[in-house]
Design a protein around this ligand. Structure first.
Ligand code: SAM
Length: 318
């Protein structure tokens, strides 16, 4: 088998993407390649927060459809950008050497940076939390603007792990208002994973900024993945309150313009959104841009009875 064939086999057998498979191939013990590669994959860091809209379950489908990762993206020379990073499912799947992650949610980006620079203090603080409703409400009531960065990160992870459905929702004044969640034994401090995440973030930048800032940095050959707040399937099903701002027609249109600008520049661009007439129309008729349908077996409705399969689109320019 050639190296390339071995990498493809590793990717197929271990259910991983080709870029990560190449990395695994290079670091694995060649004497027992598959055993060692499968150990490396099982020890891979995972997203440290649950995030509505997380892409983990969909990545396999993207791969099987041949839409991810882009064949010609070279992670050794080029950069991966994820400007709506959220839980970072695609970043953690790809684990590229050079990456720039960003999001408008300040508490989230602060948490990434605390994990990167002061994981010991964070772990120490996380270990002090208790899974109790009254305690949860006390922590929830704190104003993150008055806390240190480590305290912000510790509160953010605690609320994510113990709040209802791992949701992030704020009221019009920016106050976190997700109710206490019922779990059997929620893991508040996953020390091992946090240390692995800290390690992979060492060469990665994480910033609080609007997605449009990607236009200042991305160059030809870079790979940009947009996972914006989705355009609502119906107004009642709308779930766009990740931040206090909404993301409707005007914002979606501006995002499409940003996509087209990066496309013209020669970046590899991939974007997720809801499968609605508005989004299909927005990305139709652009030369070199393809809209593919994917079926997401997930739900964003907190009422189980109203949960249905949501269809999504994946827009790509390669
Ligand atoms: C659908 S979620 C991303 C989910 C993520 N890909 C994952 O796998 O967990 C959308 C994210 O966009 C962020 N966001 C909303 N408006 C933004 C903007 N204008 N610029 C950058 N990020 C924004 C939200 O804070 C939220 O984290």
């Amino acid at each position: 088998m050639t190296t390339q064939q071995t990498i493809t086999k590793l990717a197929d057998d271990l259910n991983i993407n080709r870029i990560y498979a190449r990395h695994v191939f290079h670091i694995a013990d060649k004497e027992q390649l598959f055993e060692d590669a499968s150990r490396i994959v099982s020890e891979k860091p995972k997203p440290f927060v649950k995030w509505v809209g997380g892409k983990r379950q969909l990545l396999k489908q993207f791969r099987e459809m041949g839409l991810y990762p882009p064949d010609d993206f070279n992670p050794l020379t080029n950069t991966y950008f994820e400007p709506f990073v959220g839980g970072g499912a695609v970043f953690f799947d790809l684990l590229p050497k050079k990456a720039e992650l960003s999001d408008l949610n300040n508490e989230l980006t602060t948490t990434y940076n605390v994990i990167k620079t002061d994981v010991d203090s964070l772990i120490k603080s996380l270990k002090k939390h208790k899974y109790e409703k009254e305690y949860y409400l006390k922590i929830r009531a704190k104003n993150p603007k008055k806390l240190s960065d480590v305290e912000v990160a510790s509160r953010f992870i605690f609320l994510n792990r113990t709040g209802f459905n791992g949701m992030y929702r704020v009221n019009s004044k920016g106050g976190f208002n997700v109710p206490f969640g019922k779990y059997t034994n929620p893991i508040i401090c996953d020390e091992e994973n946090l240390r692995k995440v800290s390690k992979v973030l060492q060469k990665v930048t994480v910033k609080e900024q609007d997605y449009k800032a990607v236009l200042k940095k991305a160059k030809k050959g870079d790979f940009v993945y947009f996972d914006p707040p989705y355009y609502p399937v119906s107004r009642t099903a709308s779930f766009t309150s990740y931040t206090a701002d909404s993301f409707l027609e005007k914002e979606q249109t501006e995002l499409r313009d940003t996509f087209v600008e990066l496309h013209k520049r020669g970046c590899f661009v991939m974007l997720s959104n809801s499968d609605t007439p508005f989004i299909n129309e927005l990305y139709s008729g652009i030369k070199g841009v393809k809209v593919s349908k994917v079926s997401a077996g997930r739900s964003i409705n907190s009422n189980a009875a109203k949960r249905g399969k949501i269809n999504e689109v994946l827009v790509t320019n390669y």
